[in-house]
Design a binder for this molecule. Structure first.
Ligand code: TYM
Length: 322
């Protein structure tokens, strides 16, 4: 089974990305052949600053390696190092209806929030389809917000296969873990870089504390019992705690005497405890940039071999060879 997923290096990686996708990807290295990449071309839709993009890419690579990405076992690269994806993107554009792209939630959501509509943003799902179809992928682990993009990939693959009367593309399936399908942010909406409600995965102690202390709650006082069911702090604790710990926390909510500040500190401890074991490896890679670059180049070579072979078949099929 071939598994593929990508993440945009468009800012600091947050715990929504981690639980929604990174954790599942790292674990899936034992289930099949994993392809994981940093979607640098996709990030250009939002990052227009050279140094920010470079730093984000490096940091994202470091974080994946620290969390256990195994570059020998898996294929781990940066999207723009395999240019074939852009050729396929154009070819697939000719099998993608305007109507399909106009229905994309992510595009509608971004433009409704005032982000300028440009062609990159509009055709984003076609590039994503190319990412997936180039590698004959069976499964794509993603958070809920990306399901529609994987469905669009299936639609595009289907039209293409139909047009040339050949099952050249496998129809991929999105894999979404219901519990973490949408990790809430500090304000209760979906955690997202573009909503400014994130909690960093490897942020400085000070920054993560500020983010956690900023979680929005109701205004119940210390001496009142509190409802854990709809509390943003509790929802985030669910990601880090086992059942017994959650039962204890529920009791603390129901018993007057503690305030939300206490629960926030409990969450903060859990976050620090969760990411602690990866810090040393992360520090190592941060200080060994050349090694990180070599790892990504090695991954790009592996990915490119597959991409080139697939593109040969596609060119042949559609008449791009005399
Ligand atoms: P990106 O960078 O926006 O997000 C990376 C992954 O994190 C998931 N995610 C979440 N999951 C749960 N709760 C949240 N609050 C949350 N926020 C983000 C996303 O669903 C995603 O899985 N288009 C992709 C990148 C991409 C890609 C691909 C993915 C480009 N090509 C091909 C798969 C296959 C994206 O925007 O990810």
């Amino acid at each position: 089974m071939r598994i593929l997923s990508g993440i945009q290096p468009s800012g600091t990686i947050h715990i929504g990305n981690y639980f929604g996708m990174i954790k599942k990807m790292i674990e899936s290295q034992n289930d099949g052949e994993l392809f994981a990449f940093l979607a640098s071309y996709h990030a250009l839709t939002s990052v227009k600053d050279k140094e920010a993009l470079q730093n984000n890419m490096f940091e994202a690579a470091v974080n994946f390696l620290a969390l256990g990405m195994d570059p020998e076992k898996s294929t781990f690269w940066v999207q723009h190092d395999v240019k074939e994806v852009l050729e396929l993107y154009w070819i697939l554009s000719n099998h993608t209806s305007m109507g399909l792209l106009e229905r994309a939630h992510s595009y509608k959501d971004k433009t409704s929030r005032g982000i300028q509509a440009n062609h990159g943003l509009f055709s984003y799902p076609v590039l994503m389809a190319a990412d997936i179809l180039l590698y004959d992928v069976d499964v794509v682990p993603v958070g809920k917000d990306q399901i529609q993009h994987v469905e669009m990939t299936r639609d595009i693959a289907n039209s293409f296969n139909h047009a040339y009367d050949k099952e050249i593309f496998i129809l991929p399936k999105a894999k979404v873990d219901e519990i973490v399908a949408t990790v809430p942010g500090t304000d209760g909406a979906k955690m997202s870089k573009s909503y400014g409600n994130t909690i960093d995965m490897f942020g400085s102690k000070k920054k993560v504390k500020k983010q956690v202390m900023g979680i929005v709650t109701d205004s119940k006082e210390l001496d009142e019992p509190k409802e854990w069911e709809n509390c943003n702090i509790y929802k985030l604790c669910e990601l880090f705690m086992n059942e017994d710990e959650l039962k204890d926390l529920q009791k603390r909510y129901e018993t007057p005497g503690e305030g939300y500040g206490h629960f926030k500190l409990t969450l903060l401890d859990k976050i620090n405890e969760h990411f602690e074991p990866y810090l040393e490896k992360r520090e190592y890679y941060l200080n060994n940039k050349d090694e990180v670059k070599d790892i990504l180049a090695f991954g790009a070579n592996k990915a490119r071999k597959i991409a080139q072979a697939k593109m040969e078949q596609i060119r042949e099929l559609i008449g791009l060879k005399i």
